[in-house]
Structures are given as C-alpha cells and as structure tokens.
Design a protein around this ligand. Structure first.
Ligand code: CA
Length: 218
C-alpha cells in the first residue's frame, strides 16, 4: 500500500512517515502543495494524507484539483483549524475524513485502515442499471444476462456513464475521466468509443444530446 503524505512541517511529516513505515506501508512525503498534487495524480498512490496549510498550493486547492483527476482516491485531511465550518467544507470538497492536530498515531492509523477498507468494498462492488451489470472487481460486463467483451477503455467509459446515470456528460468530461490528459485536443475519440459501446450494449442505452454530450439511459 502506497501512502502519500503532503505535509510541510518536518516534525509531523517524519512522525507520520515513521509510523506508517513501521506498519508496512510504502510512504512518500511531499513538502508543498504543488509537489503533493503532482505525486497524488499517480495511480500507484492508494491513499493521501493532506495537510491544509501548505506552501505553493494550499491543501484545499490540492484537494479540489485531485478530485477532478482521481475522484476515488481516499484523502484524509490534517488540519490545525478545528472549526466545524472548516470540517464540513473539507468533507464537501471531497475529503473522506479529517484529523485535527495534534493527533496520535493510533488515531491516524485507525482512519487510514478505515478508508482503505471502504475503498476496497467500493471497488469490489458491481454497478447494475437497466439490464447492464459491471463487475468492477472482475472487470466483466453483462447486458441482459449475456456476457459482453469490453476493452479497458470501453469498460472505463461505460463505468463513467453508469456512475452518472441520466446525466449529460460532455466530451471534455468524458475525455478527462477516461483518457486523462493523454489525448489529442479536438480528437473524435469519444464519439468513436461511444459508437463501439453502443454496438455492444445497445444503441438506445446511450443517447446523444445535441451540442451537450451523451447520456446513459438506464
Ligand atoms: Ca502545514
């Protein structure tokens, strides 16, 4: 398990790093927000521990940017501010949990285990909507009980649609979620892949919304 610790106070960073290493985690420390964000985008990172008061890029902005890139990575926020307003705002901004400084290592460890457990439960689950089932763990798909073969991209695209049923997703949103930054601007790759998916799951299940994007119809 790879944990990224984004914390500029050397004493706290060292304390967390030492403790997690002793528990068998692989730990990377970033000392400022922009380095932290860059490292957190790596899919190898399983969990992020994020301080809010950071040089270069504040923790709140790291969190907001990270949520666009990796909506599912668990993030535990460390904060010296213990005002309820801040906590609520952080959770709304996509933190999974928070700890108020000073904290004990045991408290932090309990949260880390809880967040990783929750993530594993989520990732072993299946999505089921309108006759389409995606087994997110086994990476298999069925349509009206018949198994269909999907490529990794098609699977990711269908998963994105099924996580936002009946919602219009623009080409740019789909590009960001499924292809990341790894695409040519102006490319018609989304259109092409929606075409592939329609052939496999049934045309009527993905609707084109003229000028806006596409919608999964459960
Ligand atoms: Ca700090």
């Amino acid at each position: 398990m790879n944990v990224l610790v984004v914390e500029d106070e050397p004493r706290i960073a060292a304390f967390v790093e030492r403790g997690l290493r002793a528990e068998g985690f692989t730990v990377t420390v970033a000392n400022d927000g922009s380095t932290g964000f860059a490292l957190a985008c790596d899919e190898q990172v399983d969990l992020v521990i994020l301080d809010l008061k950071l040089p270069k890029l504040p923790g709140e902005q790291v969190l907001a940017k990270l949520r666009q890139r990796r909506p599912d990575v668990p993030v535990i926020v460390l904060t010296a501010k213990d005002a309820i307003d801040d906590r609520v705002r952080n959770l709304n901004a996509g933190a999974d949990d928070y700890l108020t400084k000073p904290f004990s290592f045991a408290e932090l460890l309990a949260r880390v285990h809880a967040r990783l457990r929750a993530r594993d439960q989520r990732s072993s689950a299946a999505l089921e909507l309108g006759g389409v089932t995606l087994d997110l763990h086994g990476r298999t798909a069925t349509v009206d009980d018949a198994r269909i073969e999907l490529t990794a991209r098609e699977f990711a695209l269908l998963e994105t649609f099924m996580r936002h049923p009946a919602q219009v997703l623009s080409q740019v949103q789909l590009m960001d979620r499924v292809w990341g930054y790894d695409f040519e601007p102006g490319s018609n790759v989304v259109e092409v892949y929606v075409g592939y998916l329609r052939r496999k799951i049934g045309r009527h299940r993905i609707e084109t919304v003229r000028g806006a994007g596409y919608r999964f119809v459960p």
